[in-house]
Design a protein around this ligand. Structure first.
Ligand code: PLP
Length: 383
């Protein structure tokens, strides 16, 4: 596509070609792990072997690069595989800055492997630009941003942090899993790399694992990420790539509806007597609202609440919901709720009263009614 298309159009078309062999409107799934070598020693389309490349993976990567406005993309078998590829592309002695409330899988992974790899890191309040600057070391090579953050939905200022990274000769990486390119386009805001767990909103139906790294430039750093993908082999199956691409076709419209529902729920819960706090960047009361309004086109479908009392009161709410499913993960069409500290384990910095909610695509009034009854309040109305 040469013209600049709008995001809904890109989501529907990017990476798809009518199949020249059959005329099939939707690209078929290519399960073959190996590709024929031609008489001249070359390969049709440059495809050699399934670990290094596959037509469905290519199509997915083309689509994700287009959605994020990047030059290139590498798709992985999970979000953590994508994260691990970025870390593996660093060099021994490199230092990185992670948000205090970085996704717990990333924190555990770094803790587990950083010393073996000779990586150093510090965690910092990524919402505080001055603290980020103060935490830089001469060897800082990478600043990791996750906004909105998990599970407190803190908002980091991507342009400001990217500028700090660049002044310092470091890379700014943004985990864009929660926002999706429909809500935030970190590369346009100055970030160098975007990471996704496509298991979440990109997949959108809680039935496929995946991850991706999208880079603003096809440079040496990305070449190392690509090498980890093709040599390390944590690649998504052709079917997973096909399924993800199928889901991405509706992403812009799903994100609108997730956001609409989340905002309705946040507003309904904001003044509830059993709740001490609602964390949702779309609320004017949210400390990151102003930055969010600048860098987000939509506020997204995730929110968290703090229940008055302690862990027991919070867990009791999850035991009373009927429509919400008590489960981890996010981004599917069905609404989920979970007691986050229990999921993150003993080292979790998450308040014990916090419940994380992935707002699905049910009718918002049904979701509100269910939470109100779980919070122990009779639903208003003449029933
Ligand atoms: C789920 C998630 C990940 C990890 O992705 P997997 O697909 O589970 O490996 C990373 N970052 C964020 C923000 C996530 O929500």
């Amino acid at each position: 596509m040469d013209e600049v298309r709008r995001v809904e159009t890109v989501a529907v078309h990017a990476g798809n070609r009518v199949d020249p062999a059959t005329g099939a409107v939707i690209s078929p799934i290519h399960m073959s792990t190996t590709f024929r070598r031609n008489a001249d020693g070359g390969y049709t389309d440059g495809l050699v072997y399934g670990r290094s490349d596959n037509p469905n993976r290519r199509a997915l990567e083309e689509c994700l690069a287009a959605l994020e406005g990047g030059e290139v993309c590498a798709a992985f078998a999970s979000g953590m595989a994508a994260c691990a590829a970025i870390l593996a592309a660093l060099r021994p002695g490199d230092h990185m800055l992670l948000p205090e409330d970085v996704y717990h899988g990333v924190r555990s992974y770094v803790r587990e492997f950083q010393s073996a790899w000779g990586l150093a890191w510090d965690s910092v309040d990524m919402t505080d630009v001055r603290a980020v600057r103060a935490a830089l070391q001469p060897s800082t090579r990478l600043i990791w941003v996750e906004t909105p953050s998990n599970p407190s939905l803190r908002i980091s200022d991507i342009p400001a942090i990217a500028a700090i990274a660049h002044e310092h000769g470091a890379l700014c990486v943004c985990d864009n899993t929660w926002a999706t390119p429909i809500a935030t386009r970190p590369l346009a805001l100055g970030a160098d790399l975007v990471m996704h767990s496509s298991t979440k909103y990109l997949g959108g139906h809680s039935d496929v694992m995946g991850g991706a790294v999208i880079a603003a430039r096809d440079d040496d750093f990305f070449a190392r990420v690509r090498a980890v993908q093709t040599m390390g082999g944590a690649v998504p199956s052709p079917f997973d790539c096909w399924l993800l691409l199928r889901s991405i076709r509706t992403l812009p419209w799903r994100m609108r509806a997730h956001t609409q529902n989340a905002l309705a729920l946040a507003r309904a819960l904001e003044s509830h007597p059993a709740i001490s706090k609602v964390h949702y960047p779309g609320l004017a009361s949210h400390p990151g609202h102003e930055v969010a309004a600048r860098q987000m086109a939509l506020y997204g479908g995730m929110l968290s609440i703090e229940v008055r009392g302690g862990a027991a009161e919070a867990i009791a709410v999850t035991n009373r919901v009927r429509l919400f499913t008590v489960a981890t993960s996010l981004g599917g069409v069905e609404s989920l709720i979970e007691h986050r500290a229990s999921v993150e384990g003993p080292l979790s910095p998450t308040p014990p009263t916090l419940l994380r909610i992935s707002v699905g695509l049910e009718h918002p009034d049904d979701l509100i009614e269910d939470l109100l009854q779980a919070l122990g309040e009779a639903v208003n109305g003449d029933r």
